[in-house]
Design a protein around this ligand. Structure first.
Ligand SMILES: [Zn+2]
Ligand SMILES: [Zn+2]
Ligand SMILES: [Zn+2]
Ligand SMILES: [Zn+2]
Length: 797
């Protein structure tokens, strides 16, 4: 998903292999500038044809047939009272309708009805306003206006509700006598609502207390003078071995915020594509993807999305988000949707980065990098760039990416100075990136979007891209500059892409206990966060809110110690060999304490110690590589690792089936199957195996859906033991498990246990995610709720 689709990668590989050896050699050694100069002409018309064909699989434009399909599906599910799904389907329908058409207004009106049933009254009102502004058919208006009055009534805005009703009345009076059955129901509803308003006016409900706004103690935060967004307890250092890195300049406590940074750029990962095969007949997919769930710009969760005026793939949380995205980048990206989906998220991030930076800044920095390249060939200037640590008297001024005042800011200059490692990427990879970037620029030129790219002028004069069949010609010098910067960003992303993750609900989503898992939501550049080096046992946690990242210390960090981020391979999840393998994409060998320990002779990794097999006969630990021998001398059984691995895979399949049963609401069958899996697993997996914990966790989930809270809690407690063994008592994984347990105990009215579990979960999660996170807030709501329970209920427990 980060890289282009496979067919395009294969095409690029074939083209590379077919190049003259001399040209290949020159390309392999070329600077970014020369790569582009040499490579621009290599993108032939045949490549354009390949791309056009691939783009047909990911249609991103507005399709009337899709709109009809989604609207009908929406109506069907609305009829079956699946209002949440109906909202989503109407949103998909709306994204395929032309703006300002009666059809799109019908989508909004229908969606407002579903939102009303979901009791999302404010959003419902917004949709009604949208329906009106997009030209909702006059004859259908009374029904929608009545819904508006009802919403206002539910929100306690009685005067507004009465006003809305008189609008309906006037409208009906003006339209004359009506006899149709719909109008009869409208009239009936009208009189009912009038009575309701009258009743509410005569006995007003007690004013709602404004609770929950407890002033949260503001966190200790003093910003660093020279690193934007960083705490004053950090300092920026540089040496040849570690490059730029951040170090604690004073003792740091667990939970202390170290960095708050807004992404310089972020692109929502689109998720699975809708059409996987080339096929002449279009089958519309009703599965949800990230694009249906999160705002294309700010990554907020969507309820009733605002579609882009030009395409079907960009959906926003609000009109203002849509307008801002349009101004900043989307007017250029809009018509390129299919191409960007085909070429992958890294290409998309690269394009959006240069659009956000603007041509002037891009060209300034590209020119400067050429001057630096010239210096590199001059031995005098050379030591300025490589090798020697910066002159200490100059402070941070000579650290790459810092401005003339020695400040490191989350700016385009900082992004530009992230290392592209151009010389370490394989020449084939560089070639693929180059071809992809050139393809985007050529498409921009063909679509007549060059002016928009270069000037970023406000263009309300947006028009359909010209479809003039211009030749697949040379790029203009300006676009070549943009392409060079994009190529640089693509190469940088391999080491510097930061995933923005969210806790996403997994499973059916309608159970009382929410099972959330971290999910990659977007890919972004965070130039300050990028200063952190990797360790397999990091000392920080990163959490996200929208497009903002917050870094907190996850353990005490003494003054002078380096701050470490984990790029993915964590010592609790993988063995050292797997970790080193994964880290090779970042072009370094990890020398963290965990790696050093494990590489050194006999120290076994946490993972291999816990996640091991046991003897199928006597359940004692087994030893060995390919053949595993029972450590119990009396038993002396040996068995091949391969056969046990096969059993493990079968078991995982069975567990998957059990979860499918749960999704189909066959809880009893799911329990039976999971219990059987557990029995089976006990015969060959060590008791501390992570999978043993996962099965307990699943069982807890099933019992929770049945409202059997005690059983659920019992299973979850066992899962927690195993999670604690693997990840440690104060890990974020532990926090998530305790959060689940708190929900289960809360639902089961086990008050004192719930309170102590809430306390533990709060302590752990506030260190990793901060006191403002949604999970902490939910925990506090539970606590408030429990403390307000009447005595009678408390005594039952
Ligand atoms: Zn938004
Ligand atoms: Zn668009
Ligand atoms: Zn390591
Ligand atoms: Zn044995």
């Amino acid at each position: 998903m980060a890289l282009p689709v496979e067919e395009w990668r294969r095409y690029a590989a074939r083209r590379w292999a077919a190049l003259e050896p001399v040209l290949r050699e020159r390309l392999a050694a070329a600077s970014l500038h020369d790569t582009l100069r040499l490579g621009c002409g290599l993108l032939r018309p045949e490549a354009a044809a390949v791309l056009r064909r691939l783009c047909r699989r990911t249609p991103a434009g507005k399709e009337p047939a899709a709109a009809r399909f989604y609207r009908e599906e929406g109506n069907r599910l609305f009829g079956r009272r699946h209002y949440g799904t109906a909202v989503r389907l109407y949103s998909q329908a709306a994204s395929h309708e032309p703006p300002g058409s009666p059809e799109v207004s019908v989508c909004f009106a229908n969606r407002s009805a579903a939102l009303f049933h979901l009791r999302c009254f404010e959003v419902c009102l917004e949709d009604i306003a949208r329906a009106e502004s997009h030209g909702y058919p006059d004859r259908l208006l009374p029904k929608v206006l009545l819904r508006k009055a009802e919403c206002l009534l539910c929100l306690g805005r009685l005067q507004d509700a009465a006003d809305a009703l008189s609008v309906v009345e006037n409208k009906i009076a003006m339209d004359g006598i009506m006899t149709s059955p719909t109008h009869q129901t409208v009239l009936k509803k009208l009189s009912q609502l009038k009575i309701k308003i009258h009743e509410k006016e005569s006995c007003p409900e007690p004013a709602q207390e404004t609770c929950g706004d407890i002033q949260r103690k503001s966190e200790n935060w003093e910003e660093n003078d020279s690193i934007s967004g960083a705490s004053s307890s950090l300092s920026l250092n540089f040496d040849t071995e570690r490059g730029r890195h951040l170090v604690a300049s004073q003792d740091i406590l667990p939970g202390q915020s170290l960095l708050k940074e807004e992404a310089f750029v972020s692109v929502l990962c689109p998720g699975e594509s809708h059409l996987l095969q080339d096929s002449s007949e279009t089958v519309w997919d009703t599965r949800v993807t990230n694009a249906d769930l999160y705002c294309h710009r700010c990554l907020r969760q969507l309820l009733a999305s605002v579609p882009c005026r030009g395409c079907s793939y960009a959906k926003y949380c609000s009109q203002s988000c849509a307008d801002m995205a349009w101004e900043q980048y989307h007017r250029t990206e809009c018509s390129l949707g299919a191409l960007l989906l085909t070429l992958g998220v890294f290409c998309h991030v690269a394009l959006r980065t240069v659009l956000l930076a603007g041509f002037a800044e891009v060209s300034r920095l590209v020119k400067r990098s050429h001057d630096d390249d010239k210096d590199l060939h001059n031995p005098e200037a050379r030591c300025k760039h490589l090798g020697e640590a910066p002159d200490t008297r100059a402070g941070t001024r000579s650290i790459p990416g810092c401005n003339d005042n020695g400040q490191y800011q989350s700016s385009y200059q900082a992004v530009f100075n992230l290392l592209p490692h151009a010389e370490k990427h394989s020449p084939e990879h560089k070639f693929l990136c180059m071809l992809s970037v050139v393809a985007i620029c050529k498409q921009l030129q063909e679509a007549g979007l060059e002016a928009a790219v270069l000037n970023q002028e406000s263009s309300e004069k947006w028009s359909k891209p010209k479809t003039c069949e211009k030749t697949w010609g040379e790029l203009s010098p300006e676009l070549k500059t943009m392409a060079e910067a994009m190529l640089r960003h693509m190469l940088q992303l391999q080491c510097n892409a930061q995933a923005i993750t969210v806790m996403q609900e997994s499973g059916s989503g309608d159970s009382a206990v929410v099972n959330k898992k971290p999910m990659r939501l977007a890919t972004a550049f965070f130039p300050v966060l990028s200063l952190l080096n990797h360790s397999c046992c990091p000392n920080i946690s990163v959490s996200f809110s929208g497009t903002a990242a917050t870094v907190r210390a996850s353990q005490p960090i003494p003054s002078g110690q380096e701050i470490f981020h984990c790029y993915g391979p964590h010592r609790c999840r993988m063995r050292v060999a797997e970790r080193q393998q994964l880290l090779s994409q970042y072009f370094f060998k990890c020398r963290c304490q965990a790696c050093l320990d494990e590489l050194e002779s006999d120290v076994k990794s946490v993972v291999s110690m816990r996640n091991s097999f046991c003897c199928p006969s006597c359940r004692a630990p087994v030893q060995g590589e390919e053949m595993l021998c029972c450590s119990n001398e009396a038993c002396a059984i040996s068995v091949s690792r391969e056969s046990l691995s096969r059993r493990l895979r079968d078991l995982q399949q069975q567990i998957k089936k059990a979860l499918e049963l749960l999704r189909d609401r066959k809880a009893d069958q799911a329990i039976k199957m999971l219990l059987k899996c557990q029995m089976d697993a006990g015969n060959f997996l060590s008791p501390g195996h992570l999978l043993m914990g996962e099965m307990e966790d699943h069982l807890a989930q099933v019992y929770a859906t049945l409202g059997k809270w005690q059983e659920a809690a019992r299973h979850l407690e066992r899962s927690i033991e195993i999670v604690e063994m693997h990840h440690g008592p104060s890990s974020v994984e532990m926090g998530h498990e305790l959060f689940k347990l708190a929900q289960i105990l809360f639902n089961g009215f086990a008050v004192s246990e719930a309170l102590s579990t809430i306390q533990r979960a709060e302590e752990i999660l506030s260190v990793h995610c901060g006191p403002q996170s949604t999970q902490i807030q939910e925990l506090q709501e539970m606590k408030t709720c429990l403390s307000e329970l009447p005595r009678s209920i408390l005594q039952r427990t």
